[in-house]
Design a protein around this ligand. Structure first.
Ligand SMILES: Cc1cc2nc3c(=O)[nH]c(=O)nc-3n(C[C@H](O)[C@H](O)[C@H](O)COP(=O)(O)O)c2cc1C
Length: 365
């Protein structure tokens, strides 16, 4: 990815005013998009420490599981003082369960609640939640209104452009949502049918921006560089952008974007060695809530993607996947530090982290 600092200047669009979700003012227009399994509390904390993040949301949480106090689900909605404002994303197809889950979240101290209306995975979409909500106008608007009316915190919706190219419903939904009191909408500029393939439609996102008059619209999809962000803001007129996969490749991206907005230039992403330090910070965050043994198991998955993106030799990556103790982990990291990336480039400028996305026919996801 192109994350080099001091790159040729990229023209800045006329940024819209600061973003607020109702009364909740966000410190920047650059938001972390949820990536289930990756944007966990430890990751959100380290990205926020670097700076520039206006809001980070939990991964999607099943409203019913939340209401049944499922232990793993409750862990997903645990936050930390570093992870503020505190936002949780919920999904479900039953208005009462969604409203009750939202009320429970308010009791747990959330600042804002996001409704997932974009998840393309069949298990979720076919049950009428996630992207499946895009197929039922009246029911989905009623569900969202029910959640808005149930809580005093801002409620937002994250959706796709529509189910497929023949049903681009996001502009119509956005208008309805604004009318029932939703505080903002985020748009991933693809249809459900596209999954993660094809290209993001900036005109499609623009039509959502044009459909509403009071609430901010967050543009999302394939923003990997400052130039991509500039194009999204310029061509869609959106108020803010959210970034998913590129944040894993470059956790410094939010800070770079804010620097660019304020000064026109930006500092480089962290070096190879700084990335290793960041990994350790993320591991330390896991230790707050887990035994060392469990933290290592949880951490290995993230480390796999980081180290691959960081061009660490496969043998050393394989060794890392076998570590069982903190001492093993420290010595595996020390060997990685000494060897450096296989191309010898320690600047930390990375290509994309190869995050797996569902592929193949959507009905099989
Ligand atoms: C592995 C993975 C997990 C995701 N999990 C969620 C999720 O829990 N909730 C959600 O609204 N979107 C989820 N998304 C979609 C992203 O938030 C985002 O809309 C999409 O990846 C496009 O943005 P990007 O190109 O910046 O990654 C996920 C995407 C990926 C690749």
């Amino acid at each position: 990815m192109t994350v080099e600092g001091r790159a040729p200047s990229i023209p800045r669009p006329d940024f819209r005013g600061p973003i607020a979700y109702g009364n909740l003012k966000l410190s920047s227009r650059y938001l972390l998009s949820p990536l289930a399994g990756f944007t966990t509390s430890p990751f959100r904390r380290i990205v926020r420490r670097i700076g520039g993040v206006g809001l980070a949301t939990t991964d999607l949480v099943n409203a019913r599981a939340l209401l049944s106090r499922n232990e793993r689900t409750l862990q997903m909605v645990e936050s930390h003082p570093e992870d503020r404002p505190f936002a949780v994303q919920i999904f479900g197809s039953e208005p009462n369960a969604m409203a009750e889950a939202a009320q429970l979240l308010v009791e747990l101290g959330v600042d804002t609640i996001d409704i997932n209306m974009g998840c393309p995975v069949s298990r979720i979409a076919e049950s009428g939640s996630g992207a499946g909500m895009m197929c039922h106008v009246d029911g989905s608007v009623a569900l969202v209104k029910r959640v808005v009316d149930a809580v005093g915190v801002p409620v937002t919706v994250k959706m796709r452009l529509g189910w497929d190219a023949n049903s681009i419903t996001a502009p119509m939904f956005a208008k309805h949502f604004e009318d029932v009191g939703v505080a903002a909408v985020a748009i991933h500029g693809r249809t459900r049918e596209q999954g993660f393939g094809g290209t993001v439609s900036l005109p499609g996102i623009r039509s959502v921006v044009e459909a509403v008059s009071r609430i901010p619209v967050i543009g999302n999809g394939d923003i990997r560089s400052i130039a991509d962000a500039a194009r999204m803001l310029q061509e869609t007129g959106c108020h803010g952008i959210s970034i998913g996969r590129a944040a894993l490749a470059n956790p410094w991206f939010f800070r770079q974007l804010q620097e660019w907005e304020q000064t026109g230039t930006w500092s480089p992403a962290g070096t190879f060695d700084e990335r290793l330090n960041l990994m350790l910070q993320q591991f330390e965050c896991l230790l707050d809530r887990n035994t060392e043994e469990r933290a290592i198991v949880l951490f290995r998955k993230m480390a796999h993607w980081y180290l691959k993106g960081m061009r660490v030799q496969s043998k050393l990556r394989g060794d890392f996947q076998k570590v069982r103790t903190r001492a093993d982990m420290d010595s595996a990291l020390q060997r990685i530090r000494e060897a450096g990336p296989f191309d010898g480039n320690r600047t930390g400028v990375l290509k994309d982290c190869p995050i797996p996305v569902p592929s193949g026919p959507n009905e099989q996801w």
